[in-house]
Design a binder for this molecule. Structure first.
Ligand code: GLA
Length: 384
């Protein structure tokens, strides 16, 4: 975790509000495998990272709440009694959404002042939104002793995104950001909301993230549309979610749905199986199989689920050309953001150099590379 970030947010808070805040860090996340399975009650394999959002919070003497977005240098004042979503409200809706969900639980909040900022690369698909939501709900819980459990808090964060931001996301991002464990990824069952930690040490291999630095429009509506397709097919199958469907079940109703929808549901069913296969491979330290599953996952998300884009496909295709790259795939919701790659450590430099050159040549823009540490979840931190 970035100590300078904590210092920076702490002093920005003090300059603005003149009191001593409680400080909370909420991390972003990566995901080994299991994309678009979470809202189908399936399995995912995320981990919290050492980059995230720091929130500094304290009670307010006035009747207003004030939020300072330090990175954007934007300030926002509101009354707790009259909150509602703001059109094109941007980061404000994450904050307001969390407050609204807390209020729905008949909890009375008092005015507060909060400053936040972070170091998650922009548009990387590493869930800065879940980190922001979690940082807000966790800091309010601390400040007012609300006694919310971590499970209650992630449900609040998720619903804030549904109701105020308009993205009908699953629970993966909020869960990983809240419950992350050091050096581990979490095999999460999104039905029971229970996870098993897997220590991730790939010895001579390394997880490398490559940011396309693009975020295509309409990704949010495309996300919600995909979710609706999955729910429609689950309804047809008379099951509560695609998690309960087999490929055979799906074949039985193939003539009742379009080929496109069939492929999407098939992708979810297969991706869910890949997560379990991946966890077995990690247990056996079988990185080759894990890598192959990553390539398969990309293929499914690209061709069947149709949530990839040229830039992501390009990066995955390039990785395939390197024997020292065991696997690669798009990560997160899609339409931009990062690929996750398993690369031999001693081949990293040359791999990065070649990919950077090829990417620029093709898209006339730069990609960025990140290596992250897998870290603990949302917590109170000190300014040391
Ligand atoms: C976004 C959502 C998650 C999940 C992923 C795709 O990150 O917030 O809930 O659905 O997309 O796996």
């Amino acid at each position: 975790m970035n100590k300078d970030l904590i210092k920076h947010i702490n002093s920005a808070f003090k300059v603005e509000f003149n009191t001593n805040p409680i400080l909370v860090f909420a991390p972003g996340r990566i995901n080994l495998i299991g994309e678009h399975t979470d809202y189908n009650d399936g399995f995912v394999f995320p981990a919290a990272i050492d980059k995230g959002i720091v929130a500094a919070i304290q009670k307010s003497e006035s009747k207003y709440c004030t939020v300072l977005a330090v990175d954007k240098n934007e300030k926002f004042k509101f009354l707790l009694e009259t909150i509602k979503p703001i059109e094109n409200g941007d980061w404000r809706n994450y904050v307001l959404g969390v407050i609204s969900e807390i209020q729905k639980k008949r909890i009375t909040l008092k005015p507060f002042e909060i400053a936040f900022g972070g170091d998650i690369p922009r548009g990387a698909g590493m869930s800065s939104s879940a980190a922001l939501e979690n940082s807000i709900v966790f800091s309010l819980n601390e400040l007012f002793n609300l006694n919310l459990s971590k499970n209650e808090m992630i449900a609040i964060s998720q619903k804030a995104e549904h109701n105020y931001v308009g993205v009908k996301c699953g629970i993966m991002d909020q869960y990983a950001s809240m419950f992350g464990q050091k050096n581990s990824a979490l095999l999460l069952d999104c039905r029971s909301i229970a996870s098993t930690p897997y220590k991730i040490d790939f010895s001579e291999y390394q997880l490398l993230f490559i940011n396309t630095n693009v975020k295509h429009n309409l990704s949010e509506s495309a996300y919600n549309e995909r979710r609706l397709v999955c729910e429609k097919i689950a309804n047809l199958l008379q099951i509560s979610a695609l998690r309960d469907a087999s490929e055979n079940d799906l074949l039985n109703i193939k003539n009742k749905i379009s080929e496109e929808d069939y492929q999407k549901a098939l992708c979810v069913i297969q991706e869910n199986k890949r997560v379990i296969k991946a966890s077995n491979a990690i247990q056996k330290n079988d990185l080759k199989t894990l890598g192959a599953l990553l390539y398969e996952s990309h293929q499914g998300l690209q061709k069947q689920y149709k949530v990839s884009c040229d830039e992501l496909d390009f990066l995955v295709e390039k990785a395939k050309g390197y024997p020292d790259a065991l696997g690669a795939r798009m990560m997160g919701g899609g339409f931009g953001g990062c690929t996750i790659n398993i690369i031999k450590k001693d081949a990293l430099d040359i791999f990065k150099k070649n990919i950077a050159k090829a990417y620029y040549k093709n898209f006339n823009t730069n990609c960025s590379f990140y290596i992250v540490n897998l870290s603990e979840g949302t917590r109170v931190v000190e300014n040391t």
